[in-house]
Design a protein around this ligand. Structure first.
Ligand SMILES: Nc1ncnc2c1ncn2[C@@H]1O[C@H](COP(=O)(O)OP(=O)(O)O)[C@@H](O)[C@H]1O
Ligand SMILES: [Mg+2]
Length: 514
């Protein structure tokens, strides 16, 4: 008999206007890693928040070790041996590891002996190879280390069932491997793990079984060794997915963008670009890989004219445009797809028509005798909407009502239609479903084939490797290295993303505190 520790039956959870979980079933066996797989918005976090007592289901039943239970809050969950590590950590940055662990215990009303707890943290850290020193302050730790502190906190509260909500989203490939070793160790100690992800290769690697959700619905549960990545993708998306995009051989031509020795500050006044050098040529996609916060956002803003630099030079097609205004830079053929569509790229309360013409309302034929010719504007918007197959409720409805994928298509359509020399695309597929993602990547490739220089900034390494011609790695405001796609290795790029030149340096870093 299988030993079933968690069984969720017919769970339904509604939010205003959406059924986040629609009669979902899920079952966890003792000692297994069970993945919950689904696209963004499929309902994974909601389902696990229900198991962790953060939300109450509208319908359905929860069984723990065969017994029907009600989980009213996270303390109830904890008493049942359930602990969740959230997508966004819940640590106090200014406190030490020890103090954060104590905070968690104090909430439970337990007797606190600092020395004793400190010793036990060290023991747990050793046992699972977590390499965490109890007296370190949280802000001094990398994201990967902070995640391990969350794991310690959870283990300390006696969790037997661990829920990890997209833990690998913020990790480099090497850190992912380290965390998988930790999970295996926890499994050996008799714990059970629910792992949430939408990355197929990882899921195939770590799970015993996989449960797929799509648009809030339960699609099925499969044994990992009886399914292929392609079949999983089909379950997840609901149609066949292409893993490879057709690519013509790359024809690199003139230098379009040259960035030399660039220095710029971030919003806090800290040096975010520290003498950065970069070149992008016509007819290529240059993929810039890096962990968030290493200067990529600042770089894109500096090139687009949205941020002043303090030193260095930016030239576009031979013209010095260092610290020129955004409109001047746009006039010289630079289009920009910003990371945050609704904050920077589109005006949420304006219609699709107004958003479509943002780049040309001051040019004829839309601008005519000091007025905007609205029927010309509409004609232009309709053309984009048709060409790019954008789903809008009505052309005059505010764009905030569009789905993420359709907003991104509109933005892309508008920027590409200006026939840029340089296209800067920052996280162009973040938050999009597989269909829209495929569309956006194809469009970027099309631009490259048309001779546009494309600077692709993405945290998604698979994306970077899929469509780039050259790959650069940014770390602490500098490009550490650049590779031709034919020679680029994902392991090497991963190490550089963590600022390390070799495997050896990586293993030293992981356990530097022990
Ligand atoms: N607190 C909430 N209020 C309203 N809608 C929510 C809330 N939490 C999640 N949703 C919606 O429920 C759906 C499922 O979300 P979520 O469970 O976070 O998906 P996933 O974790 O699979 O990406 C999404 O459409 C999301 O917008
Ligand atoms: Mg989620």
């Amino acid at each position: 008999m299988d030993d079933i520790v968690v069984s969720l039956k017919n769970i339904t959870k509604r939010f205003p206007g959406i059924v986040a979980n629609d009669r979902v079933n899920f079952e966890l066996r003792r000692g297994e890693v069970h993945t919950l797989l689904g696209e963004n918005g499929a309902g994974k976090s909601t389902l696990m928040n229900i198991l962790d007592g953060i939300y109450q289901p509208d319908e359905g039943e929860i069984y723990i070790n065969g017994k029907l239970v009600e989980i009213k809050n996270p303390s109830d969950a904890m008493r049942l041996g359930i602990g969740m590590i959230h997508q966004h950590f819940m640590l106090v940055e200014t406190l030490t590891v020890l103090e954060n662990v104590i905070l968690g215990l104090a909430e439970q009303g337990l007797y606190i002996n600092k020395k004793e707890i400190s010793k036990r943290i060290e023991e747990v850290s050793d046992r699972y190879n977590l390499c965490i020193n109890p007296s370190t302050k949280i802000w001094q730790l990398s994201v990967g280390e902070q995640q391990r502190v969350e794991i310690i906190k959870t283990l300390f509260r006696g969790a037997q069932i661990l829920i990890l909500d997209e833990p690998t989203a913020v990790l480099t490939p090497q850190e992912v491997e380290v965390s998988f070793e930790i999970y295996k160790q926890m499994i050996e100690e008799g714990k059970s793990i629910i792992f949430i992800s939408h990355k197929l290769n990882e899921v195939m690697d770590i799970s015993d079984r996989i449960t797929v959700l799509r648009k809030g619905k339960y699609i099925g549960t499969v044994d990992t060794d009886k399914i292929t990545e392609k079949e999983l993708a089909t379950m997840m998306v609901g149609r066949e997915v292409l893993f490879r995009l057709e690519r013509k051989p790359h024809e690199r031509k003139d230098k379009v963008l040259q960035v030399s020795n660039l220095k710029a500050l971030d919003d806090k006044g800290l040096l975010a670009l520290n003498g950065l050098n970069l070149e992008v040529f016509s007819g290529e996609i240059y993929g810039l890989a890096g962990v968030a916060g290493n200067g990529q956002k600042i770089l894109s803003e500096a090139i687009a004219g949205l941020r002043k630099v303090i030193d260095g030079k930016i030239t576009i097609a031979g013209k010095d445009l260092t610290n020129a205004s955004a409109s001047e830079i746009f006039a010289h053929g630079v289009s920009y797809i910003p990371p945050d569509r609704l904050k920077m790229g589109l005006v949420p309360n304006l219609s699709s028509v107004d958003n479509a013409i943002l780049r040309r309302y001051y040019k004829p034929p839309i601008y005519n005798r000091h007025l905007i010719n609205y029927s010309e504007a509409e004609r232009y918007a309709k053309k984009l909407i048709e060409e790019y197959d954008i789903m809008v409720p009505r052309e005059d409805a505010p764009v905030k009502l569009l789905s993420g994928g359709n907003m991104q298509k509109l933005l892309l359509a508008r920027e590409i239609s200006e026939q840029p020399k340089l296209l800067i695309a920052v996280h162009p597929t973040r938050g999009l479903d597989v269909g829209a993602t495929e569309f956006v990547r194809r469009e970027l490739l099309k631009q490259r084939d048309n001779g546009v220089a494309v600077l692709l900034i993405s945290e998604d390494l698979d994306e970077i490797f899929m469509i780039s011609d050259r790959i650069g790695v940014i770390y602490e405001g500098q490009i550490l290295d650049t590779f031709d796609i034919k020679e680029a290795k994902i392991e090497k790029v991963g190490l550089l993303m963590a600022g390390m030149k070799s495997e050896r340096e990586f293993s030293e870093q992981v356990c530097s505190t022990v």
